[in-house]
Design a protein around this ligand. Structure first.
Ligand code: SAH
Length: 225
């Protein structure tokens, strides 16, 4: 039987062959983070299937190809300050942390702030991230991420991993000049648009990357819980 790291390597190779994974820093990060440590323990064997998997409270961990696509659309670089809305299992935050805060001498600072509204997932994410050594590079905050996290703003990158009815205004205002946000916008449990927003001066450029399916973003500027 193949070990977890071999299965991880095979998945990464396939995503490269399919043309999904293209950026070296994202390939490196996804080759490092053990997805099996972030899925529900009974689903470990399925950790390297390219599919979303159930987490807790009817929520999911995104498919690896979607994690790759979103990280690449954000053009993450070492030293970036990242806000994730929808920490879930903590997996995507760990992948971002590997890119923006790599463990290398002389690496620039970089940090991921990940907000989650469901307490059991806040605890799940924190314990997964701690076990895998990311506690000092990822901060999990319990709260409504549609309000952003003004304490650490502005951000170079904002990653929203739940589908919004519209782009929450506080998230736009917490983006640094030149920074990018990726956010699924559309009806819950149907095909949504993955939107990329780039702040340039006082303007925002917006374009649609393609279709996606996410669980709903609930909160003040999201859907009603
Ligand atoms: N990125 C996660 C998967 C996210 S699933 C991972 O890597 O595992 C979407 C998550 O968004 C769910 O856990 C859900 O509880 C959370 N969520 C929905 N609305 C939210 C809000 N307003 N603020 C914070 N988290 C929210």
């Amino acid at each position: 039987m193949l070990g977890m790291s071999e299965m991880r390597e095979m998945l990464i190779r396939r995503l490269i062959e399919e043309g999904v994974l293209t950026q070296p820093e994202v390939i490196k990060a996804m080759s490092k983070v053990p997805r099996e440590e972030f899925v529900m323990p009974e689903l470990r064997e399925q950790a390297y299937m390219d599919t979303p998997l159930p987490s807790l409270e009817g929520q999911t961990i995104s498919a690896p190809h979607m994690v790759a696509i979103m990280c690449q659309l954000l053009s993450l670089k070492p030293g970036h300050m990242v806000l994730e809305v929808g920490a879930g299992t903590g997996y995507h935050a760990a992948v971002c942390a590997e890119i923006v805060a790599p463990r290398q001498p002389g690496a620039k600072d970089g940090h991921v702030f990940a907000i989650e509204r469901i307490r059991s997932l806040v605890e799940f994410a924190r314990s997964n991230l701690a076990r895998c050594g990311y506690s000092d590079r990822v901060t999990v905050i319990e709260g409504d991420g549609t309000l952003g996290y003004p304490d650490a703003a502005p951000y170079d990158a904002i990653l929203v991993t739940a589908a919004a009815p519209r782009i929450p205004p506080p998230l736009k205002s917490q983006l640094r000049d030149g920074g990018r946000m990726v956010i699924p916008v559309g009806e819950a449990y149907s095909i949504q648009d993955l939107i990329v927003v780039e702040k340039s001066g006082s303007d925002f450029k917006e374009w649609t990357y393609g279709g996606c399916v996410f669980v709903p973003l609930c909160g003040r500027y999201g859907w009603r819980p």
